[in-house]
Design a protein. Sequence first.
Length: 722
Amino acid sequence: MKKLLLAAAATLLVASCSHADAQNAPPKRELRGVWISTHLSLDWPNRTQTPEQQRAALGAILDHNKATGMNAAFLQVRSQADAMYASDLEPWSYYLTNQQGSAPAPAWDPLRFAIDETRRRGMEFHAWINPYRAVANTASESNPALYASKHVSRTHPEWLLTVGTVKILNPGLPEVRDHVANVIMDIVNRYDVDGIHFDDYFYPSGAINDDAAYNADPRGFPATAAGRADWRRDNINLLISRVNDSIRQAKPWVKFGVSPSGIYRSSTDPAIGSPTSAGASQHYSSMFADTRKWIQQGWVDYLAPQVYWYIGQAGSDYQLLVPWWNDNAYERHMYIGLADYKMNTAGWTSPNQIADQIGMNRAHANISGQIHFRHAFLQGNALNYRTKLQQETYARPALPPVMPWKGTRAPGAPTQLAASLGQDHAVQLAWAAPVDSADEMEKTRRFAIYRSDQREMDLDAPGNLLAATDLATPAFADTTAEPGRYYYYTVTALNRLSLESARANTVSNDFEPPSVRTRDAQLTLADGAASITAADVDGGTGDNWGVESLSVSRSSFSCADIGANRVELSALDKGGNMASAAATVQVLGTMPQPVVGVAPANAVVLGYGPQTLTLTAGDKAGAQAQYQWNPANGLAAEGAVATFAPTAAGSFSFTVQAASAQGCFAQATVTVPVIDARCGQGKVALCHKTGSSTNPSNQICIAPNAVEAHLRKGATLGACEG
C-alpha cells in the first residue's frame, strides 16, 4: 500500500513555495552571454602555453560560464586584423602563438574547437569581431612579433587611418569594406557559428584625417562638417548592411549584431536620444555609428549597448538609459552590455548591482537579455556578485530568445517520452527524437525539459523550464527532484534558432500504482435494471499523490445478472498509474419460470367432445408473477387463466409472459391442435386405418355414441388426409 507521504500542512507549504518560485522565476527566454576577450590575452589564451594547455583553459572558461547560468559565449576571434583561426586572409594572432603569423604547433584550429566545446555545453557560439582596428598601439607597430609581414599594416598601409595612437582600416575606402566583408564571410562560410558580433570600435575619438577617402568617393555628401559626419556614418552603414545581406544569403540562421557604447545621443527629446549628460560620449557623433538606423532598417538582428553605468549614476543613469533602449528596439532584440569589470569600484560597491540591473532589464518587455563584460571578472567574483547570479538570478535555465524574422520552421516533436527511477532518487527521462529534416532550419539541436506540479503545464510560464540538453541527446536525468514530491514532465525539440517543437506526451515520476480497496455491494432490480458507481464498491482506495479517477468494469445489471457478479474497480492516479481489484455485486430479484396447463384435454375436436379449453399459467419456482397472454386466435384471457374456443381446424400456439415484482420477464408457449370432425346432422367424422371396396377413402360419419368403439379399433377423429 502506498503511504500518504505529505500531510495536508506540508502540501500547503509546497504549494506556497511553488507559487513563490514561479513568481520569482526568470523568464523562459533570455540571452545570457559573456564576452571572452583575446586581445592582450585579457581572458584567453596564454600565448606561452601549449595548445593542449590552451584548450584546457578555454574548456574551463566555458565550464565556468555554463555553471554561472549562461547560454551564449562571445569569443573574440579577430581583435586587430588578425585571426584566432586558420585564415588565408589574415595572419594568426600574436596572442595565440606569441608570434603573429605563426601557426600553432602542434596544429589545431581554436575557432573550430571553441565552437564544438561551446555547443557541447549547450550554449550558442558568437564570433566576436573588431571590424576596423588594425594596430591597437602605434608605439608597438614596429615589433615584428606583434605585426607580421602579412599583416594589413605591412601589405596595405594605404588602407590605414591613424587616429591618435590607434590605426584602423579606413571605413571610407571601398576596398576596406570588401576586405572586412570577405573576412567575415570566410568565417561564416567555413565555420558553423551561431552569430557574428561586432564590438564598439568604429571611428575612434580624435582628429580624423580622411580627406583623401572623402574626395575619392563623396557620394553626394556636402563638404561641410555635418556632411562629412553623415558621410562617415554612411561608410559604416554600407558595411553593416552589406554584412547583413551577405550573411542572410549564405546562412540565414546566423545572427548578426553589434555592441555599441551605451549612449546613442544625448537629448531631452526621446525621439533624438536618451536623457544623459551632454558631455557623455555619444556613438552617433563620436564614433559615427547610427545604431538606431541599423535596427530600424533590420540590418542587425540585435544591438547590445554597453550601458556601463550604475543605477542612479549622475549624467548616465542605468535606470534612464535602459528604458530608452527598450523603446528603440524596433521589433528586433535588444540586449544590454553589463559592466561586471566595475564591481567593487566607486559607485559599484553593492553586491547586488549587477543582479539589480538584470532585474531592471527583465522589467522591460523589449530587453531580451544581457552580455557580461567580461569572463575574468565573473571569475574574480568581486563582492560575490557572480555567486548571487549563479544561486539566484540565473539559478534556473533560460533559452535564447527566438528571432521570428530569421525563420519560423520548428523541428518535429519528440515522442514516446518515458520516466523511470534512476540512482539517488533521480528521475530518468528518455524519449524518441524526431527524424531530422533535410532543411537546416528544422534540424534538432537540443531538447528542452519541462517540469510542473500540474499535468496541463504552461510551457511559457516562468519556472516550468527545468533544463535544456547540451546536445540532441534524447535523455535527461532530473537530479533535483525532491524525494516524496511528484512532478509532471514533458519535452520539446529545439532547432539552431531555439524554435520549439510541439510537446511530447506527459509523464510523471510517480511510479507506484495506487492501492485499490473494494467493498461488496447489493442491488435490487427495479423494472428489470439496476446500476452502481465506482463509489459503491470503493472501500477506501488511496494514493500518495492523489487518485485522479475511479472506474468500474461494469455499472449496469439486468435480470440475467440475478445473483453474485464479479466487478473490477480500477483507480488511475495523478501520475497515470493504474491498479484494480475485484468486488462482488449481489443483484437481488426473481426471474419467473412460467408453465402453461391445458384442461380438460390437450386438443379440441370440433363436433365431438368439449369445444372449449382452459389454459392456466403458473410458475415452476412458485414465484409470484403477473401474466399477460397473447390474445390472438379467439383466446380470452384474464390474469393467469385463458379460454380458447376455436371455430376452425388448425394448430394454435399461445404465449404467456410472466413478470416478477422486480420487472423480470419470461415466456412459456403451448400449442393446441384443433381437429374438425363435423359431418353434419350431428354426426362425427372418423378415419379408419383400412378401407373397403365400397369406401376406399376410409372416411365414415357416425353417431357420437359410436365414436369410442371405433376409436378403440384404431380409427381417428376427423377426415382422412389426402
